[in-house]
Design a protein around this ligand. Structure first.
Ligand SMILES: Cc1cc2nc3c(=O)[nH]c(=O)nc-3n(C[C@H](O)[C@H](O)[C@H](O)COP(=O)(O)OP(=O)(O)OC[C@H]3O[C@@H](n4cnc5c(N)ncnc54)[C@H](O)[C@@H]3O)c2cc1C
Length: 369
């Protein structure tokens, strides 16, 4: 590519947020390009690869129309259906509750969502790295320049687009590491709290023939690296040493006030829209991406103010995400001290942990919603 090219909508990042944004924009009649700097979409996998079912998601966010439009998990990417989540205390007490979902192949999932966007008419271009956005101008690493009436920044937690527009949210970064192990192939997923991942959590998510394990922490204990923490977690559980390791970030924190910056909008991790109590960001990326793409198309086709994107994502996502951020901050205070954490987990019990994973306060704490 060379020279200046004019488009209606340029979406930066072909993860779940970007692909849903590109699909919605293209379906809305906007001439749309979807750019990603990866050579292979979805790879390397930097994810636990768990998604809840649409029915579970509807219990977290009161947005049935949006969930139906945006949260459609490609069936051929599903590796295992799961029915339970178990939260494991530092001393091994297990608190189990129903949670319906799937482990998916993120490698296949991201590709499938991008192909759907292409099917809707978006032009998928990769590897194309974006180096900066200035107003309507998108600069790419290959020297090409695009001009877009709307730019959607969906380029993940270390977002070039967000930095370009001066977006500086209040946020905490989870440092994450993930790996593959051979372990039991159950119909539930497990989260571990306490010394396994102080100020965070570790996980075991069974896939078709192996399992995705990993952990995320907001701060590393003195003298310990992410790899050392993972080695310890895997050894304590008796699994083989985790292979295919990757490391990445998850941004948590309260949702921002606005995601519209002139002719640029942000979605997904770039917008800090992660569920702070469970670290899940795929569903919120898909939903915010869809709304961003829809708002972009309406802006281009009907002259609707882009600010309507703020109204839309705030109505659907803001309150549960803000509550989850408050709950996470509260929980974080006890999460690095095993005896207190174990006591707290016993006190709130399975129903309280279930509530927290669903972005709600445990009933036993008697807090208002
Ligand atoms: C270890 C780990 C485990 C996780 N486990 C889960 C889980 O089990 N369930 C869950 O729901 N969430 C999980 N998450 C969070 C989830 O992965 C993210 O919230 C989700 O991927 C966000 O989607 P996104 O589209 O906003 O960003 P991303 O998926 O990060 O996609 C961004 C895309 O932008 C591209 N990009 C970046 N910069 C540029 C650039 N300058 N130019 C062009 N392209 C660019 C990248 O290549 C990438 O394809 C996990 C995260 C981590 C790190």
């Amino acid at each position: 590519m060379s020279g200046l090219e004019r488009l209606d909508v340029v979406v930066v990042g072909a993860g779940p947020a970007g692909s849903l944004a590109a699909r919605a924009a293209a379906e809305g009649g906007a001439r749309t390009a979807l750019l990603d700097h990866r050579r292979e979409l979805g790879h390397p996998v930097q994810c636990g690869e768990f998604v809840p079912s649409a029915r579970e998601l509807a219990d977290l966010f009161d947005a049935p129309g949006l969930i139906e439009a945006a949260f459609d998990v490609p069936p051929n990417t599903v590796l295992r259906a799961t029915r339970y989540m178990t939260c494991v205390s530092p001393y091994g007490h297990r608190f189990r509750f129903p949670l319906e979902g799937w482990t998916v192949s993120r490698r296949a999932f991201d590709k499938a969502l991008a192909v759907r966007a292409e099917g809707a008419g978006a032009e998928l271009r990769y590897p194309v790295g974006v180096t900066g956005v200035q107003g309507r101008t998108v600069r790419c690493a290959d020297g090409s320049v695009l001009e877009a009436r709307v730019v959607v920044g969906a380029d993940g937690p270390i977002s070039t687009v967000a930095r370009s527009v001066g977006f500086e949210p209040v946020r905490t970064m989870f440092r994450m590491i993930t790996a593959t192990v051979d372990g039991p192939l159950t119909d539930g997923i497990d989260l571990y709290f306490g010394h396994a991942a102080p100020h965070g959590y570790a996980w075991y998510f069974p896939r078709m023939t192996d399992a995705n394990v990993g952990l995320g922490v907001t701060e590393l204990p003195p003298g310990l690296s992410l790899d050392r923490l993972l080695d310890r977690f895997v050894a304590d559980a008796g699994w083989e040493a985790g292979r295919e390791r990757t490391r990445w970030w998850v941004p948590i924190g309260p949702p921002p006030a606005s995601l519209v910056f002139g002719s640029t909008v942000l979605a997904g991790d770039a917008a800090n829209l992660v569920m702070a109590t469970n670290g899940g960001g795929i569903p919120t990326a898909m939903m915010s991406g869809w709304l961003a793409g829809e708002a972009a198309a309406r802006h281009v086709r009907e002259g609707r103010p882009l600010a309507r994107y703020d109204d839309a994502w705030r109505a659907a996502l803001y309150a549960p995400l803000a509550r989850a951020a408050r709950i996470q901050r509260w929980g974080d205070r006890v999460s690095a001290f095993d005896p207190l954490l174990a006591l707290g987990m016993r006190y709130i019990g399975s129903s309280g942990l279930d509530a927290m994973m669903r972005l709600r306060w445990p009933a036993r704490l008697g807090r208002n919603p």
